[in-house]
Design a protein around this ligand. Structure first.
Ligand code: SAM
Length: 281
């Protein structure tokens, strides 16, 4: 008889508001044999709120390697396991990589149960062009390294979303201001989905003043989106840029502008300017 092996469910949990959990997530958390959680005491509160009595097991940065082996054995022995983190989607700046890597290698079925994520929640309300974006978790803690980190987005055609801690939000925004300049548009998401949620879209200079002027705006959990370098670029401009990227290596700036203008129906002058800027990058 074929050995039945268990399934690993990777389950998103709320980032603040406990109601932000799907019916499917609740059904899975109730139905599995075991829930692997980053902080079992923290997750116990969520489970209590929904009267879920499934046993919890700690799985965090410090025991990831060992626990991955333990959990894999259980899965191979036929137990179903759910992985959750303290908030939001596991593995997005949260533990789980070792476990997922091991279970994939072992041929165990993995099933995502999607839901809350702070970065995606803010992107969706940022009011910035976010069709393409980069994400690198938290910026470095030291100021010089943080400035180098921000410098990567000085000319980036992608929006950049990142997390920041309340201990560093003021210093970090000041470093961003130094490197990216006061005009760059940003959206700050503070305490998303919670009672004192703030969503503020403005220039970096305005945001630095806004946060500095109000101690309450320096507390809680933060996620930020910095707009891409050309904050006035429309969707069609992105398309133009993509076309230019393809033709500029082959023909002159002038010819590239003519071709792209003909293909898009946009003004030649504007495309020419963009092509010149791209050549300087
Ligand atoms: N896995 C999580 C997710 O899906 O969003 C992120 C985990 S990361 C360790 C935790 C960081 O996410 C926090 O320090 C904060 O920067 C950001 N974050 C989490 N919840 C948030 C919220 N409600 N509002 C704003 N930022 C939040």
């Amino acid at each position: 008889m074929e050995q039945v092996i268990g399934k690993l469910y990777v389950v998103a949990t709320p980032i603040g508001n406990l109601a932000d959990i799907s019916q499917r997530a609740l059904d899975v958390l109730r139905g599995v044999d075991l829930i692997a959680a980053e902080d079992t005491r923290h997750s116990a509160r969520l489970l209590e709120a929904y009267m879920i009595t499934t046993p919890l097991k700690a799985y965090h940065d410090h025991n990831e390697e060992y626990q991955s082996g333990v959990l894999l054995k259980k899965l191979l022995a036929g137990e179903n396991v759910a992985l959750i983190s303290d908030a939001g989607t596991p593995l997005i700046n949260d533990p789980g990589y070792r476990l997922l890597s091991a279970v994939h290698d072992a041929g165990v079925q993995v099933i995502p149960i999607p839901g809350a994520n702070a970065a995606i929640a803010l992107l969706s309300v940022s009011g910035l062009a976010v069709n393409s974006f980069t994400f690198e978790g938290f910026p470095p803690v030291k100021s010089q390294q943080r400035k180098d980190y921000y410098a990567k987005w000085l000319k980036s055609p992608h929006a950049h979303v990142f997390y920041e801690s309340s201990h560093r939000i003021v210093a970090s925004l000041n470093d961003a201001l130094t490197v990216l300049g006061g005009e760059r548009m940003v959206t700050m998401g503070r305490e998303l989905t919670k009672t004192f949620e703030t969503i503020k879209r403005c220039s970096l200079a305005q945001l630095v003043d806004f946060v500095a002027a109000d101690n309450n705006q320096q507390k809680g959990e933060f996620v930020m989106v910095v707009s891409r370098a050309e904050s006035d670029l429309s969707e069609s401009d992105v398309e133009i840029r993509q076309m230019l990227e393809k033709v500029l290596p082959i023909v002159s700036v002038k010819q590239a502008s003519q071709v792209v203008a003909a293909l898009t129906g946009q003004k030649k002058n504007k495309i020419y300017q963009l092509a010149l800027e791209m050549q300087q990058d």
